[in-house]
Design a protein around this ligand. Structure first.
Ligand SMILES: C[S@@+](CC[C@H](N)C(=O)[O-])C[C@H]1O[C@@H](n2cnc3c(N)ncnc32)[C@H](O)[C@@H]1O
Length: 255
């Protein structure tokens, strides 16, 4: 699944990520002045929240998508962040060079989540924090759940990220424990986003990499049926629409 448009990502998911990012940072309860690695930083949506709230000493953002990184570099709130192209399973960072390594909405995209967690453990100093948040995809917590359900009901199931299983709270906790992390804790965040109307939500739903792949293959009538199913599932009328989503988060400390 390729993220090749940072501006579309901002509409579709960046704003959602920032809604979870703020309470996630409160939950981590870490001091200012730390060195951070933001793995799968994408277009910098969470990174910007991190810089605004944590007064970090340094931040490295790593993502395999040049388009996402291009958008991230232009964010006014991320001056000083070092952006690196790279993969979560082979981080382009030194051993034990950071205080915190984290993933925001990334773990379920990584083919081998345990390798990515091991890499985050490698990247932090003894006593450092390894953490993540991700939509509760198995529990129906995606901001795009209405679209996923509507497409499935029309026998057009959308492509799933490769490691959906890892996003469940118990699976994430297990990954963190098996990586040797201590004091492992998890929690859940419920968030909501207001849209001017159903069309505004639908516009965001259409630009995800998965949606583009699906709708490119469908006749207009099939797309229209999916749209109406999603509208019904959201209970959308003519006016403002509130869409809910929930994320699981996990954190642990390196010995
Ligand atoms: C949903 S976005 C999250 C972006 C950002 N962290 C945020 O909170 O908005 C998922 C990101 O993970 C990246 N990604 C996908 N596979 C990856 C991998 N194996 N290693 C690192 N990043 C990956 C994608 O390029 C994309 O930018």
């Amino acid at each position: 699944m390729r993220f090749d448009d940072g501006a579309s990502y901002e509409q579709m998911m960046g704003r959602w990520s920032a809604l979870v990012g703020a309470p996630f940072l409160d939950w981590l309860a870490l001091p200012a002045g730390l060195d951070w690695v933001d793995v799968g930083c994408g277009n910098g949506a969470f990174t910007e929240t991190l810089v605004a709230r944590q007064q970090p000493a340094s931040v490295v953002g790593v993502d395999p998508s040049p388009a996402q990184l291009d958008y991230a570099r232009q964010r006014p709130g991320t001056a000083g962040v070092r952006w690196l192209e790279g993969d979560a399973m082979a981080l382009p960072v030194a051993d034990a060079g950071a205080d915190v390594a984290l993933m925001a909405l990334v773990l379920f995209f990584v083919p081998e989540p345990a390798r990515a967690v091991a890499e985050m453990v490698r990247a932090v100093r003894p006593g450092g924090t390894v953490a993540a948040y991700h939509w509760d995809l198995d529990g129906g917590g995606s901001p795009m759940q209405a679209l996923l359900d509507a497409a499935a009901a029309e026998q057009q199931p959308m492509a799933q990220p490769s490691s959906v299983w890892a996003a469940a709270q118990d699976a994430s906790e297990r990954l963190w424990r098996e990586a040797g992390l201590l004091d492992v804790q998890s929690t859940r965040f419920d968030v909501q986003r207001r849209f001017e109307d159903f069309d505004a939500w639908w516009a965001t739903a259409l630009v995800s990499p998965r949606s583009k792949a699906l709708f490119a293959t469908l006749a207009p009538e099939a797309t229209a049926r999916i749209r109406e199913r999603a509208r019904a599932a959201l209970g959308a009328g003519d006016g403002e629409l509130v869409v809910r989503a929930n994320a699981n988060a996990v954190k642990g400390r390196k010995a």
